[in-house]
Design a protein around this ligand. Structure first.
Ligand SMILES: Cc1ncc(COP(=O)(O)O)c(C=O)c1O
Length: 389
């Protein structure tokens, strides 16, 4: 490929012959839902992460929603949420009728600012939700202590954090539930899909039912066909056999995917470090091991005025980028209109949204793609700087 035709998407699903074969095998059989593949996928994911219980689900959003639904929270209750996250983290609270209470981010990691949580806790608070932002783990010891002090349930949004560890323990295993996403550009994919991890057997048992209409037994568990009861409210949030079969194959490749991300992120860090006017997120110490979802740079006050020129320059030279996330959630119109928002309420989250560019590091890249990204990014900065002068 010549340099002028180089195309480097931000993310690309890594699917090969093994995934195709696994899907064909499912399609050749009679069971598309409620089958052995979902169970096998749950067991494989639990083993890989070290979890005691895993429930496969149709998305991370479903996992988050069921975490709150399990708790039985609703109108009048409050849940602490990060202001800097994907809207799904907060929609999941909103869907229950409970009120999300936003907390700003900390600048070094983009994670929820642990020093601000306790000020937001009231006698209505039932849970704390956190996101391991771009794969950098939150300090779960400090967060766990806050939750324990106030007797709060902890929901970990691990959508970007398969392969992230805090003090040697996989994320999602520190809180009460851990919610994962297998959307196409994530660390591994099932097209759409999610997983909920929990250390509590009762959470697993209930969520297993709640993801399938609240029916008290699955078709395979029914001694007599057609005989079942519905003893709780539930949804249809199942992961099907085709998706599960893809997931089983993806887990076999996950460690290699993560090594590749780590290598690419390290190369970008080494090459881009020291450019005036840019900073990047980094784990605070070795207790925090990141899954390297991307390499997100934050531009200073001058450069961020030219962010779209930089992004366009990269795009015309084939470098795909994105922003995590384009707005702090409370600034999105649904939340702004419902809860009120004025500029400056969440200064760190706002700064991240308004000044970031996320560069790709996925396993779809080769080393020379990284070199191309570095050269192009440096050129883009030079070009916008010379524009200014
Ligand atoms: C932090 C975070 N949480 C939740 C989600 C939603 O994941 P899903 O698409 O699997 O519902 C996303 C999606 O990218 C995300 O970035």
């Amino acid at each position: 490929m010549t340099e002028s035709t180089r195309q480097i998407p931000f993310g690309r699903p890594m699917l090969g012959d093994a995934e195709v074969q696994a899907v064909l095998e499912v399609l050749a059989g009679p069971i598309l839902v409620h089958g052995p593949k979902a169970t096998e996928f749950e067991e494989a994911f639990a083993k890989w992460t070290g979890a005691s219980h895993a429930v496969s689900l149709s998305s991370c959003t479903a996992a988050l929603h069921l975490s709150y639904f399990y708790l039985g929270i609703g109108p009048g209750d409050e849940v602490i949420v990060p202001a800097q996250t994907h809207t799904a983290t907060v929609h999941a609270v909103e869907l229950t009728g409970a009120t999300p209470v936003f907390v700003d981010a900390e600048p070094q990691t983009g994670n929820i600012d642990l020093t601000q949580i306790e000020d937001k806790i009231t006698d209505k608070t039932r849970a704390i939700s956190l996101v391991h932002f771009l794969g950098i783990p939150v300090d779960m010891e400090r967060l766990g202590a806050i939750a324990k002090n106030h007797d709060l349930f902890v929901v970990e949004d691990c959508a970007l954090a398969v392969g992230s560890y805090f003090k040697g323990v996989h994320v999602g295993l520190h809180g009460d539930t851990g919610c994962f996403s297998f959307y196409p550009v994530k660390h591994m994919t099932t097209a759409e899909g999610g997983m909920l991890l929990t250390k509590h057997p009762q959470v697993k048992e209930r969520i297993k039912r709640q993801k399938a209409f609240g029916v008290d037994r699955t078709p395979t568990e029914r001694a007599v066909p057609g005989v079942y009861d519905v003893n709780m409210l539930g949804f249809n949030y199942r992961l099907n056999e085709i998706q599960s079969a893809i997931g089983i194959e993806q887990i076999k490749r996950l460690s290699d995917f993560l090594k590749s991300r780590e290598r690419h992120a390290r190369m970008l860090r080494e090459e881009l470090d020291g450019i005036e006017g840019i900073s990047y997120f980094a784990p605070p110490n070795e207790d925090h091991v990141s899954s390297n979802y991307c390499f997100q740079v934050v531009l200073d006050e001058t450069l961020r005025k030219k962010r779209y020129e930089i992004v366009s320059y990269l795009k015309t030279r084939g470098v795909g980028t994105t922003v995590h996330y384009p707005h702090p959630v409370p600034r999105l119109s649904y939340y702004r209109e419902k809860y009120g928002y004025v500029r400056g309420m969440y200064p760190v989250a706002e700064s991240i949204s308004d000044g970031s560019i996320a560069l790709p590091v996925g396993p779809h890249l080769q080393d020379d793609d990284i070199e191309w990204i570095v050269t192009t990014f440096r050129q883009a900065i030079d070009v916008v700087r010379s524009d200014k002068e």
